[in-house]
Ligand binder design. Sequence first.
Ligand code: 6JR
Length: 136
Amino acid sequence: MKTGLQRREENIRFLKSVSMLRDLPSDKLAKVADVLEIDFFHEGEFIIREGCTGDTFFLINKGEVKVTQTVVGHNEPQEIRKLKRGDIFGEKALLGEDRRTASCIAQPPGVECLTIDRESFNQLIGDINELRNKDY
Ligand code: 6JR
């Protein structure tokens, strides 16, 4: 059984490995580590569905996520990229877009994410320029 302190230290180590968060001041990093929740998704599960509203920001701790988007002229949403450990997603609907811009689907054998809700996102990381200006 892990103690709260071990979990926090593990989270801080992970957060420092996420390039976009690396430069956060350590007091903010510690706060982020305190509010993180862990969430598991089975293979094939939609973590995010394009067009829905959303209040959650995701960091991938384990596994792979496929991103798909509706493209004019295609009946099926098209794969636009795959995301892996240390990558983030779900920032756009928290930064002004009112709807999810793409679908994010857990790949085999499943995905473990760390999540941050809208309120903590706004307080702690919503002003990171690299995140705000992320240009796909
Ligand atoms: N584009 C998440 C990953 C992309 C990508 C292009 C776009 C938008 P969300 O998918 O945040 O939920 O984190 O909207 O809260 O190439 N993602 N690759 N989004 N949007 C999203 C991102 C992640 C879905 C992408 C994404 C666009 C293109 C034109 C508006 C207009």
